[in-house]
Design a protein around this ligand. Structure first.
Ligand SMILES: CC(C)(COP(=O)(O)OP(=O)(O)OC[C@H]1O[C@@H](n2cnc3c(N)ncnc32)[C@H](O)[C@@H]1OP(=O)(O)O)[C@@H](O)C(=O)NCCC(=O)NCCS
Length: 164
């Protein structure tokens, strides 16, 4: 990753920029739309990659379902920065947040299976995560035509915690 990039926890003032980055992919159906207000309410769960000039280039969030299970969610990298390792970096930061909270079983429901496979996730049956199905899938309009694929990773407690 370029030396002028900073991976950090999100702050309240980032909510609008995170919403814009997230929603730039929502119109194509790649991401769920999220308002700045929705993001503000969960700001402690977000991490970002910031450029030297202050612009946010990537974001992601940890969505907890139980004390031991959480989703790597809302991963987005600005189009002009694709293919430079920021997606991997933001997922790493979300995983670090999970470790800090004592959560070692993380999963993602994604339309980008090759990305998650490339960064070390294993394809699993979503039935492994009934908490996710109960909270989100059962109420989703696309539940009978969902093309998202479930990927999971078991985190190692001994890994270095990068997200301070
Ligand atoms: C998917 C996304 C996050 C990837 O971000 P990125 O910064 O381009 O990814 P990276 O550069 O960190 O790539 C990491 C690895 O994944 C691979 N990869 C990334 N995107 C890929 C894709 N669409 N298809 C196949 N492989 C991909 C890279 O080749 C790389 O592999 P390598 O380390 O073996 O070379 C980005 O394209 C994005 O924001 N997409 C739109 C939003 C979205 O779909 N988010 C996912 C929601 S769960």
């Amino acid at each position: 990753m370029a030396p002028d990039l900073l991976v950090r926890r999100a702050l309240s003032r980032d909510a609008t920029a995170i919403s814009e980055l997230n929603n730039s992919f929502a119109s194509e159906g790649q991401m769920l739309r999220r308002t700045p207000e929705m993001i503000s309410l969960a700001i402690d769960d977000y991490v970002v990659v910031q450029q030297g000039n202050g612009q946010l280039l990537a974001c992601g969030a940890l969505k907890e379902y139980s004390p031991s299970v959480a989703e790597v969610a809302a991963i987005a990298v600005s189009r002009e920065a694709h293919g430079k390792g920021l997606g991997r970096a933001i997922v790493n930061a979300v995983e670090d947040l999970a470790r800090k909270r004592g959560t070692y079983d993380v999963f993602a429901l994604t339309l980008q299976p090759d990305f998650f496979a490339a960064i070390g996730y294993q394809r699993v049956d979503r039935a492994r995560y009934p908490e996710k199905i109960r909270r989100d899938c059962l109420a989703c309009a696309r539940r009978f035509a969902c093309n998202e694929i479930c990927f999971a990773k078991t985190l190692l407690a001994a890994d270095i915690v990068r997200a301070a």
